[in-house]
Design a protein around this ligand. Structure first.
Ligand code: 5AD
Ligand code: SF4
Length: 437
């Protein structure tokens, strides 16, 4: 009987991508991937530490595994991801039942150390390298057969003052263009229809490469690839959104018009304390430019409320930008103190009650705008990429527009992984309903 392995992923798309690589390696080692914890001979937790809640969830899951390991003594438990990178010693102290702690840069070493653990040559391994080099290229088993990710940069040099990422993911480094093109071509050859370029700050791509590469040129190079596919990228930084990037997007309609443009805060004084490198006015000007130049653009964003020193007036600036930018969707967070980051020791921390209240008010405003923006799809004929059966209603299928809106429609399984056109006849806040035409 095959040994079974489960990979549990917390956090961002970067982690989802690393988990796909971990799964591919475990499969090569003879493991069958399962979604059932109790069946597993090996459990890998890919962790996140960007907010306190994310770390808490990891320790909660490790507690659950401790109980499970009492009845399954041979179970191997591995931890990787940003929490492993940040707190490698603390993890083993708090959870001695963990066998393998691996840094983000070390996941290629899984086969080597797994064999040693399986053969009882060792009980615990901690391998956490500093993140300063490009990790070796690894195959990935994505959950989807038609949507795949390609990392184009690793690490971040921006040091936004609230953010732990530069401390755990190291200095920014770019993957050479030819490797990115090879990865994309491989995915397209396998029938993938959506490619997502990943990086903490994709539009500063090229830093450190010697031949003057930049993100606009990379997009142009990818545009030379023939065939029908969708290209997305996550996330660009407003301060690096140059005109030539806009030109590259305009020139290729396969590049998604859903631009994720993290705002973080609307007040210039808070943005300055966050070290974001733009003002409220710069940001709004950029939004205006993007809207005027790129037809059918669908903006989404990330916002933090309750950053230290944020006053009611500052918060109103955030609401003001939200009203003006009219995002189709936003990821909204309460500021969460992270050790080592400059914001953690800033005076004038905002109270939890105030943060909660602001988050609630922000969500209310954004939800109204999301609904209003959703109505714009009514009666339109739109191309979607079909993902599969709807999890809620098994007779219906689910697809996504180029703008990343979910569409539910009556279809059939031959459409999965293909493009189809639907007419939208109902629009809820998060979901559109349509019929095939
Ligand atoms: N507190 C709250 N949100 C944070 N983010 C990053 N660090 C923190 C923090 N300390 C948010 C930012 C970022 C997203 C991935 O997570 O909005 O864009
Ligand atoms: Fe964190 Fe800022 Fe880098 Fe994004 S750009 S990963 S928020 S430091």
């Amino acid at each position: 009987m095959n040994k079974k392995a489960m990979v549990i992923t917390y956090g961002c798309q970067m982690n989802v991508n690393d988990s796909a690589k971990i799964k591919a390696q475990l499969t090569k080692q003879g493991y069958e991937i399962t979604e059932n914890l109790k069946d597993s001979d090996l459990v890998f937790i890919n962790t996140c530490t960007v907010r306190e809640g994310a770390s808490k969830k990891v320790y909660g899951k490790l507690g659950e595994l401790k109980t499970l390991k009492k009845t399954k003594k041979d179970m191997i438990v591995g931890v990787t991801g940003c929490l492993a990178q940040e707190k490698k010693d603390e993890i083993l102290k708090r959870a001695p039942h963990v066998n393998l702690v691996l840094g983000n840069q070390n996941i290629y070493q899984i086969p080597e150390y797994l064999s040693k653990l399986e053969n009882d040559e060792i009980k615990h391994v901690v391998l956490v390298d500093n993140e300063d080099e490009l990790p070796p290229r690894l195959d990935a088993d994505f959950d989807s057969n038609f949507s795949g990710c390609v990392s184009i940069t690793y690490g971040c040099d921006n040091f936004c003052t609230y953010c732990i990422v530069p401390y755990v993911r190291g200095r920014e480094r770019s993957v050479p263009v030819k490797d990115i093109i090879t990865d994309i071509n491989n995915l397209l050859k396998k029938g993938y229809k959506e490619i997502i370029l990943l990086g903490q700050n994709v539009n500063s791509y090229g830093k450190g490469l010697t031949n003057g590469e930049n993100f606009a040129k990379l997009l142009k190079e990818i545009s030379k690839i023939e065939g029908k596919f969708r290209l997305r990228f996550m996330s660009p930084h407003p301060k690096d959104f140059t005109d030539d990037v806009i030109e590259s997007i305009i020139a290729d309609e396969r590049i998604s018009r859903n631009i994720h443009l993290p705002l973080q805060a609307g007040s210039t004084s808070v943005l300055k304390k966050m070290n974001r490198g733009y003002t409220k006015e710069d940001y709004l000007k950029l939004v205006e430019k993007l809207r005027s130049k790129i037809k059918n653009i669908a903006l989404t964003t990330d916002i933090i409320v309750g950053f230290p020193y944020e006053t009611e007036e500052d918060f109103k600036d955030t609401l003001d930008v939200v009203e003006k930018a009219r995002y189709e969707n936003a990821y909204m967070f309460m500021y969460s103190k992270r050790d080592e980051t400059p914001a953690a020791t800033m005076e004038k921390q905002v109270s939890e009650a105030e943060k909660k209240d602001r988050l609630q008010r922000l969500i209310e405003v954004q939800t109204r705008i999301t609904k209003e923006e959703s109505n714009k799809y009514l009666n339109k004929e739109i191309e979607i990429l079909v993902e599969g059966l709807s999890p809620r209603n098994k007779e219906m299928y689910i697809g996504r527009t180029d703008s990343n809106k979910v569409v539910i429609f009556k279809g059939d399984e031959t459409l999965i992984g293909k493009f189809a056109t639907v007419k939208i006849n109902e629009a809820n806040t998060w979901t559109l309903y349509g019929e095939l035409i």
